[in-house]
Design a protein around this ligand. Structure first.
Ligand code: SAM
Length: 440
């Protein structure tokens, strides 16, 4: 008879306590130090110049990682984080830096990505800023069990949920939604089973748009509960879906969520992309306008989303907007048809990874805007590299790494990086928005 083997719980990785001098700060915000045996270790929340006691864990893979236990000598750049859960929460990694050290750290992370790809760092402009309480979209995790609700963000480097009663990044409208859900979810999602899920929330011009990602299909009673919830929290729309890949179904559609780009009101489909803050979006738009200022003629806007960049540009020249998500392209098309830019703005649904716009078509435009997701635009960039007539490219990116990789390829093909405007749209995180002008 086959003997059943009992699965052993994983053995904890060995760890030890050290007193260390921090010599640098990494791109993820960790203090970097050398262990007595010369190995490099990363200490969460420690700053350059500090002497700290740290519990260092020796993982099977990757460098040893340290937990800050005590600060023996603090850096003059250290400040008390304004948020009480900042040390644990995965949403912010740099609240313990004073303003100057924070901006230096963010700027250096961009330079490091540029240097690694062989790009010129002298074209980097000083960072433009957005403020706290400006985030207009967020993703929260929740877990409800044994009578307790956890609602917030994932803990840093883990799946555990860190309960966030307030978040200083959020627009007040989103903070209100967080408060309301905290009050209401425990009575709505009752029952013996532990419930987990995610909440995707966007502050639209007509009120909050909330998508509940559940681990089960709601029954009739719960659906009725959702419509009462939408009423009490004055949500524009409340939708639900079963898991991350389920189809979103509206449970309460009280007002159409909309966003205004220039004079154009656009309906927001559930799950659509919007820039993280309207302050960030305004700075991106301003930098794009500057990059296009001395050009005229038709513009191609690739990865156009709902048209935050296409709409203002179309106020005085023809724009063709290409977007992969059909519902977004359709929404932009129908808003454009009813607006003053109807004759100048055309749209197309197209997967630019599978079917990039080819070189000969790109050469018909006087400028191209490129604003891909975090992974970058590898395939589209290969086509842009071969252009002969196109002379202006505006690359907007939320990832310095994929931007540097793609731009290095363009520079190799003869494009020149004229300037890059960094924008601190993702406060206290390692992410920086970039808008770059390239010429050839
Ligand atoms: C960073 S957003 C930029 C949107 C827009 N420019 C804005 O400022 O709001 C990237 C956009 O690319 C779209 N996208 C992602 N993958 C795509 C693909 N393979 N082909 C075309 N569009 C894609 C997303 O749906 C999203 O709207």
């Amino acid at each position: 008879m086959a003997r059943r083997t009992r699965r052993q719980p994983p053995r904890p990785a060995p760890s030890d306590r050290f007193t260390l001098e921090i010599r640098d700060i990494g791109v993820m915000g960790d203090g970097i130090a050398a262990l007595p045996d010369g190995r490099t270790t990363f200490i969460d929340g420690a700053l350059p110049g500090e002497i700290v006691e740290a519990e260092v864990t020796f993982l099977e893979q990757g460098p040893p990682r340290g937990r800050l236990v005590n600060i023996v000598r603090a850096s003059p750049s250290r400040r008390e984080p304004p948020c009480p859960i900042a040390r644990l929460c995965g949403g912010c990694m740099a609240q313990h830096l004073d303003d100057r050290a924070y901006i230096d750290w963010k700027t250096r992370a961009v330079s490091t990505a540029f240097e690694a790809a062989g790009l010129d760092t002298t074209c980097l402009e000083p960072m433009q800023r957005t403020g706290e309480r400006t985030r207009r979209r967020a993703v929260w995790q929740f877990r409800l069990g044994e009578g307790r609700l956890l609602l917030g963000y994932s803990v840093r480097r883990g799946n555990r949920i860190i309960d966030a009663t307030s978040c200083l990044l959020l627009e007040p409208a989103l903070q209100n939604v967080m408060d309301g859900l905290r009050r209401e979810l425990p009575t709505l999602l009752t029952g013996p089973v532990v419930r987990r899920g995610r909440i995707l929330v966007t502050a639209s011009d007509s009120g909050p748009d909330v998508l509940l990602e559940l681990d089960h299909e709601p029954d009739l009673e719960l659906l009725q509960g959702f419509s009462g919830l939408a009423e009490r929290l004055d949500l524009a729309r409340l939708s639900w879906r079963n898991g991350a890949r389920g189809e979103a179904t509206p449970a309460a559609a009280r007002r159409q969520p909309t966003v205004k780009f220039g004079e154009i009101n656009i309906a927001i489909p559930t799950g659509a992309f919007l820039q993280a803050s309207s302050a960030g979006e305004a700075l991106i738009r301003q930098a794009v306008a500057e990059a296009l200022a001395d050009t005229d003629g038709p513009v191609l806007d690739l990865y156009a989303g709902l048209g935050s960049l296409s709409c203002p540009v179309a106020s005085n020249r023809p724009v063709h907007a290409v977007e992969g998500m059909e519902r977004m392209a359709t929404s932009l098309a129908s808003a454009a048809r009813r607006s003053a830019v109807a004759s100048r703005l055309t749209t197309e649904t197209r997967d630019l990874d599978r079917r990039p716009v080819i070189t000969s078509d790109l050469d018909r435009y006087s400028a191209v805007i490129l604003d891909p997701p975090r992974a970058g635009a590898r395939h589209q960039v290969s086509e842009l590299a071969g252009c002969e007539k196109l002379t202006r490219l505006v690359y907007v990116s939320c990832s310095a790494d994929s931007f540097a990789r793609d731009t290095a390829l363009l520079v190799k093909a003869g494009w020149r990086l004229t300037w890059v405007q960094p924008i601190d749209q993702f406060l206290y995180s390692d992410q920086t928005e970039l808008v770059a002008r390239l010429d050839r």
